[in-house]
Design a protein around this ligand. Structure first.
Ligand code: A4P
Ligand code: MG
Length: 220
């Protein structure tokens, strides 16, 4: 149904109450694990992506859990554009999907992103919500999971740095299986370690991950 929000039982239980406790932000009553794709191929892309990871860490109602290595990737889309730098960040956030998207657009704009309407054209910074807990969301201007992610090595390879192989991408499939089906040519790590990766806490997908976190937080 267009405009509908689909939640599994687990996600619904965690997020039934939407509150507006913080001025300007619609927030959930419990945090959700979210994976965000970052991409840039203009104006020192590596610097753009590193700075954006820092800005994601500073988002309201959110904690950065992990950031992948940076990858140099061959452009998908119109020919003649420079290579991209891609990465994926994992956030735990209480921002509702629309509020999170607004924050991502604000960061893109602050980096000088201007949309000229060219689909898949070169860009200073692109921030996509890839996975938002176990939610499926489909309405004008926001589709979650991101509709192209299953076909894109420049998304799946960095995602595998910061998500468990058995991550269920709602309505799409299991991360390890998506990776197996995907052509990985043209996706090369820049080198160095993944920043702040905490895979031991991320056990079995978004819900398991949050359960683990809340167990760890109990008694603190
Ligand atoms: N939008 C809908 N769903 C989402 C979501 N889950 N997350 C809307 C973020 N935004 C979402 O996006 C158009 C609109 O999509 C946004 O205003 C938002 O409301 P856009 O960034 O203005 O346009 P676009 O990026 O050209 O379109 P699209 O289809 O989102 O492109 P993609 O999928 O982002 O791909 N090659 C390499 N190697 N690396 C890349 O990072 N990126 C792209 C862009 C193409 N080729 C690439 C790369
Ligand atoms: Mg985009």
């Amino acid at each position: 149904m267009p405009g509908a929000v689909f939640f599994t039982d687990a996600f619904e239980a965690a997020s039934m109450t939407l509150t507006d406790s913080s001025p300007g932000w619609l927030t959930l009553d419990a945090p959700v694990a979210v994976w965000i794709g970052l991409g840039s191929n203009l104006q020192e892309p590596e610097r753009q992506v590193r700075a954006a990871i820092g800005e994601l860490a500073a988002l309201p109602e959110s904690h950065l859990q992990a950031a992948s290595r940076l990858y140099r990737t061959a452009p998908v889309g119109p020919p003649g554009q420079p290579d991209y730098i891609n990465a994926v960040a994992c956030l735990e956030t209480r921002l509702a999907p629309r509020a999170l998207l607004a924050e991502l657009h604000r960061i893109e704009l602050a980096h000088g992103r201007r949309r000229d309407g060219t689909r898949w054209g070169p860009r200073i910074l692109d921030l996509d919500i890839l996975v938002y807990g176990d939610a499926r969301f489909d309405e004008p201007g926001l589709t979650i999971p991101h509709p192209e992610m299953a076909r894109r090595a420049f998304v799946l390879v960095p995602l595998a740095d910061v998500a468990p192989p058995d991550l269920a991408v709602p309505g799409v499939g299991i991360l390890a299986e998506l990776l197996e089906r995907c052509e990985r040519d043209g996706v090369e790590p820049l080198g160095g370690q993944a920043a702040g990766v905490n895979l031991s806490a991320i056990k079995s997908g978004a819900t398991g991950y949050l359960e683990e976190r809340s167990k760890n937080n109990r008694g603190k």
